[in-house]
Structure formats: C-alpha cells, structure tokens
Design a protein around this ligand. Structure first.
Ligand code: BTN
Length: 246
C-alpha cells in the first residue's frame, strides 16, 4: 500500500519520552513521517502536565510530522489518532470485547482506560512546524494513573505483543492520515470517531482547567470540540477537559 511508504520507524530500548525523542529528531532536521517507539520510557508525558508511567511490555510510540496541513485542519488530527488507536486495540482484543473512544482521545476497553494520546507541537528554527502524535497503549501492563480505572489488552484477554499492536497502529494511522490529507475525508473521520465513541447522548461532567461543567454529551464538531448541553439548556463547546460519565 503506497501510503505505508511515507513512514519510517526508529525503535529504541529506552528513551525519556518518545514524544521528546521525536521532537528532538525534528530539531535535528529529520523529515516528517518518522515513528519513534521504545520498550520503556523514563519520563513518559501525559496530558495536562501529568506523567505517564511506562513499564516494559506496553507500547510507547510517537509519530512526528512536519507541516502536516493547514492550521484549521490540525484540530482534527487527534481524532485521526484516536480512531487509529481504537482500531489497533480492537484488532488485539478477543471477539466481543469492546474498545471505545473517550473524548478527547483516550481509548477505553469495557469502560477502563487502556490508551493515552498526547499531541505536541513545536515551531522549528527554519519556520516549519513539527507535530508529534504520542500514543501509549497498555498492552501487557495496567499502571495506575490515578484519575480513571485502568486496564490492558492482556488483562482483557488479548495476546498480541507491543510490536504486533504497533504493526496494527502503523497501518491504521497511515490509512487515517491518507484520508485526512485529502481534507475532504474530514466528515468521514468525524463519523468514524463518533461511531466508536463512548457516552454520546449520556450525562457527563467535564473538569475544565478552571472549574467543571455538567450536562448531556451531544456530539463533537469537525474541530474535535465536545458539544455539551448544559444544565440551563445552553450549548457549550469544549476544547480541553477531562470527562467523567454519569
Ligand atoms: C494521557 O495523559 O492520557 C496521554 C498519555 C500519552 C502517553 C504517550 S506514551 C508515548 C508518548 N510519549 C510520551 O511521553 N507520551 C506519549
């Protein structure tokens, strides 16, 4: 498949963070389309300044892109990553065990978090922009991250290794990005996200950087923002937050 040729892969035993390594590669002049994976991270990064505990056995991966597309389209990149990660996890699970996307881009297996995704972006000295999509998948271990119930593919009956899960992720991301590149694939990407989403139509509370909001999770828009109908019936668009169901 032609789109697979666009990507290269550097595999490491141990790094501080695959996101940090991918950003450093961009600064060193590496071209976009580079995947970094590692068996262990010593300083894995999570969303909103949290850390990501990174024992051996799980998948730690980052895809570095250079100037991947117009700024307006960048907001939808996390949706591409979430759909691809869901596909990789679903491929590793036994029949009947469900993986769903939790806004903005966690993957839950039977309601428990098994994947975290962290996008980071940096302007390079030559004026180009590096965007790194970091994806951590709990393949064999389920380290407690404090905030949500956690599980792993292994715990839910899957038997694939981290390398095998990465092969699925690599292919799914290539397919998703090919659609995304064409721009006109955006509606399809949002539809794919929605089809895999947890909690649409249900009550949620979103912890925001300053306070929280409760209401009904109506949908997401094409920029990946969560659409919440709040207690007063007002429609709110949320771009950053942690969702709790119920
Ligand atoms: C989250 O908080 O849910 C996001 C966690 C993202 C973790 C992955 S592991 C691979 C990549 N490298 C990092 O340092 N973080 C991401």
């Amino acid at each position: 498949m032609a789109e697979l040729d666009r990507f290269r892969h550097h595999a490491f035993e141990e790094v501080s963070s695959t996101n940090a390594t991918a950003l450093a590669a961009a600064r060193d002049g590496e071209g976009g389309g580079l995947w970094i994976t590692a068996r262990r991270q010593t300083a894995g990064r999570g969303r909103r300044g949290r850390s990501w505990s990174s024992a051996e056995g799980n998948l730690y991966s980052s895809l570095m892109l250079i100037d991947p597309g117009p700024i307006a389209l960048l907001h939808s990149l996390p949706l591409v990553a979430a759909v691809a990660a869901q596909q990789a996890v679903a491929a590793a699970l036994p029949y009947g065990v469900e993986a769903r996307v939790k806004w903005p881009n966690d993957i839950l297996i039977e309601g428990r978090k098994a994947v975290g995704i962290l996008l980071e972006s940096e302007g390079l000295p030559d004026g180009r922009r590096a965007v790194v999509i970091g994806i951590g998948i709990n393949v064999a271990e389920a380290p407690d991250h404090g905030l949500y119930p956690i599980t792993s593919i292994r715990e839910m009956g899957g038997t694939l290794s981290a390398d095998e899960v990465f092969a699925h992720l690599f292919r799914a991301m290539a397919e998703g990005l090919a659609l995304w590149d064409e721009g006109r694939g955006l509606a399809g990407i949002v539809a794919a996200w929605r089809q895999r989403a947890a909690g649409i139509g249900g009550r949620i509370t979103v912890n925001l950087p300053n306070g929280s909001l409760s209401g009904v999770f109506e949908d997401i828009d094409e920029a990946g923002q969560l659409i919440l109908r709040d207690e007063g019936g007002q429609r709110r668009l949320i771009s950053v937050g942690d969702v709790f169901f119920g």
